[in-house]
Structures are given as C-alpha cells and as structure tokens.
Design a protein around this ligand. Structure first.
Ligand code: NAP
Length: 344
C-alpha cells in the first residue's frame, strides 16, 4: 500500500483555523499513481472529503467520513518566447509556487503572493487579491472524476470561474480531484490599481518589477492579516456581497461613507461590491472575542481561533455576525470557507 491510512485521525494540524476535529479515516495521497489505491481506502467510510492545505475550511465538528489529503508534489516551467507555462501538482504550496515562478524570472503571480493553501485548492476557490484572480493567469487543469476514475482537461471556459468560485464549488463539482494546475506567466503587465499598492507605487513613479510588487504584497498582508501558524484563521471568512444599483443607492443614502466598488455582472449590468469587512466593523464586531473564538483586531473579515475554540463555537460566532449584518443592512453574508463536519 503506497497511500498512508490513519483511522480516527486528528485534523488540528490540517486546517489553518486549528480546530481540533477528528476524521473517521484519513488517507494521504502523495503520489498520483496511488490514486486508485487511496480511493479504495476511502470506500465504505461514508462521505469523502478532499483536503489540500486546509486554509479554506471550517470543521464545525468531527468528520464522520474519509478525508483524502492531497500532498502530490512537482512543478515545472515550459518556456515559449518570453512567456512560460507553469505546471504544478495539486499538492504544491501556492505561495512557494509564486515565489519560484518569480525567482525564475516570470512575472504574473505577484499580487497573489502569500495566499495560504495548495495549488489545487487555489483553482477551486479562484483565489484573488489586489485586483488579480487566478483565472487571469489560468491556462488549463487536469482533474480526475472520483466516481468514474477518468481524468480530463478543463479549459478556462470549463472551469466557469467567478468571484471566489468555480465549477468545482457547484453541486456535483466535488467529484473532481484536481491533479495538475497549468498557468501562463511572463509578459504580464503589473496590476497596481488597489489603493494599498497604488499608495506604495504611485502612477507617476517608475513601474516596479514583479519581485518588488510581491515584496509589497507580502508586507501589506503581514501588517493586516494574522499568520495562521501563530493565530488560527482561514483568511477572509465572508465573501464581499454584490448588490444592484437601486440597493447601492439606498445603502449610500443611509451610510454615505460606505465604500462601494463597481462589479458589473456577466451581462454588463451595473452591480456594486460592498466590502464585507466594513459592514462587520460597523456592526461592532472587530476585535471581539467570545472564549477562544474571535474577530481579528486588525481585520474584521478574519475569524480567528485564539487557541482552543471548537468549530461549533467559531460557527456560532459567524452566524451571529451574519444575523447582525442582515438585521442592520438587509444583506446576507456568505461564508467563503467550506463548512463541514457534524454541526455544519
Ligand atoms: P481592502 O483593500 O481593505 O479592501 C476591502 C475590499 O474592497 C476588498 O475585499 C476588495 O475586494 C475591495 N476593493 C478594494 N479596492 C478595490 C478596488 N480598487 N476595486 C475593486 N474592489 C476593491 O482589502 P483587504 O481585506 O486588505 O484585502 C486586500 C486584497 O487581498 C483583496 O483583494 C482581498 O480579496 C484579498 N484577500 C483575500 C483573502 C482570502 O482569504 N481570500 C484574505 C485576505 C485578503 P476583493 O476582495 O474583491 O478584491
């Protein structure tokens, strides 16, 4: 048996919120050729959950099923002209991939530096930061249908990427195990429109290179976001809600200081993104703490585990935040991480 198997497995070290849940069975896949064996080891153990870096998941309780932990490694660059295709196994660390691509002289992923998690999960989530999304650099990916055992390529269109969304998050999408991610890097103009970056790189100053932009992104993130190795968290806990023009005008009337960003829908209709962190802060949650479950003092969008918070406690806090934002603004906040386990 090449896949490692553990029963009644602790998950605390496998989720960045640091929740001490357990899984009925844990199967570690570190070699793609052992996939059939790994799948066989999950059979008969109820629900199956594919886990990467665990940075976008809340275990609301124990997981009464089998967790398939993807730890496959391998990355390569295939240059063409001044660009390259960057190919990574699903279990590769996203941040290490960004770093490596830059060190090889290829710009393109710098705004997405320091996002925790694996490359497979990065595609599922269509990770984004500072005006850039994974979809903007996407080439294709390979995924295996866990029900049929067949592997196929997904194009940009097939993935149906949206705001922190993809076909893999839609109903039925979790039957796909992402094996390999392929991106296009090199020859990418810098994306510097977000205020935090523009502030460091004014438009009348010389254009910075990709390594400097990545350094700036890392510094900004370090200053604002807690390091999950020191304080459990799953990054942004809620998506930014998007409202129509009428609702945006109404909100603006009530709260003239509310930031609203244009985010037209797929048909070009005007829509406005409301920063969820701003709403949560206005409702008074920033820095609050209930036992070991809390909201980060520097960033109201980040739910934190100060030590021993259970998944149920974190979820209860998240639900209270949703209720208070709904009651004050009539806006339903949607969690960004996947919520699984007993009590979800
Ligand atoms: P921020 O700069 O304080 O802005 C708050 C929100 O407003 C952001 O979420 C961003 O939406 C939106 N925004 C700001 N400037 C914008 C512009 N010029 N055009 C359109 N939308 C704009 O945000 P922050 O919380 O410090 O985060 C900075 C970036 O890192 C954001 O892109 C955020 O999504 C990303 N981030 C992601 C995670 C995660 O776990 N997924 C965690 C931390 C930060 P968008 O979120 O749509 O960009």
């Amino acid at each position: 048996m090449r896949a490692q198997v553990l029963d009644d497995a602790p998950l605390a070290g496998l989720n960045s919120l640091g929740v001490a849940a357990r899984a009925r069975r844990l199967v570690v896949l570190d070699d793609p050729s052992a996939l059939a064996e790994a799948l066989a080891a999950t059979a008969g153990f109820g629900e199956r959950l594919v886990l990467g870096g665990g940075s976008n998941i809340l275990f609301a309780g124990d997981f009464d099923g089998a967790v398939l932990l993807v730890r496959t490694r391998g990355r390569r660059l295939v240059p063409f002209a001044d660009e390259a295709r960057l190919i990574a196994a699903a279990g590769e660390s996203w941040d290490e991939l960004v770093d490596w691509s830059l060190s090889q002289g290829y710009a393109g992923l710098e705004n997405l530096a320091m996002i925790p998690g694996s490359c497979g999960a990065a595609a599922i989530q269509n990770i984004g930061a500072y005006g850039l999304e994974l979809a903007d650099r996407f080439d294709s990916l390979l995924a295996t249908d866990l029900e049929k055992g067949t592997t196929r390529e997904f194009s940009l269109e097939d993935c149906r990427f949206g705001y922190r969304d993809s076909v893999f998050k839609q109903p039925g999408g979790d039957r796909w195990l992402i094996q390999e991610l392929r991106l296009r890097v090199g020859g990418c103009p810098p994306v510097l429109e977000y205020a935090d970056l523009r502030h460091r790189f004014p438009s009348d100053a010389p254009t910075p290179d990709a390594a400097r932009i990545a350094d700036a992104v890392r510094a900004i993130r370090r200053a604002k976001l807690p390091d999950p190795r020191l304080l459990g968290n799953a990054g942004s806990f809620f998506k930014n809600p998007v409202v129509d023009e009428l609702r945006a005008a109404e909100l603006r009337r009530r709260e003239p200081a509310m930031p609203l960003f244009q985010a037209p829908d797929a048909h070009g209709q005007p829509r406005f993104k409301v920063p969820a962190g701003w709403l949560i802060e206005r409702c008074g949650w920033k820095g609050c703490r209930r036992g070991d479950a809390g909201i980060h003092a520097e960033h109201a969008l980040v739910l934190v585990n100060h030590g021993r918070a259970s998944g149920a406690e974190l979820l209860a806090l998240a639900r209270d935040i949703q209720a208070s934002v709904a009651s004050r603004y009539g806006i339903a906040l949607e969690p960004e991480p996947r919520i699984v386990g007993d009590g979800a």
